[in-house]
Design a protein around this ligand. Structure first.
Ligand SMILES: [Zn+2]
Length: 77
């Protein structure tokens, strides 16, 4: 069973210290915790999903979606 508690003592006590890194698309942005370095996705509905469980496939997918969005914007512009 995987625990959802952060490993960092500061984050466990006070919560993550989020910092916005980039917009993945118009409704989703990538944020990172300044204290523990974990990466999250923030949606326009206010949901925060942790994405850095050591699974590089998700980060690769996010980079791919980011690339496709830029490609789509170039086509429509
Ligand atoms: Zn943290």
């Amino acid at each position: 069973m995987k625990t959802l508690l952060p490993n960092n003592v500061f984050c466990s006590t006070f919560g993550h210290n989020y910092f916005k890194v980039k917009n993945v698309n118009s409704e989703t942005s990538e944020i990172v915790c300044k204290c523990c370095g974990n990466k999250f996705l923030s949606t326009s509905q206010g949901d925060v999903l942790q994405i850095s469980f050591g699974n590089n496939d998700i980060e690769t997918l996010i980079d791919y979606l980011d690339f496709q969005e830029h490609r789509f914007r170039k086509k429509t512009a």
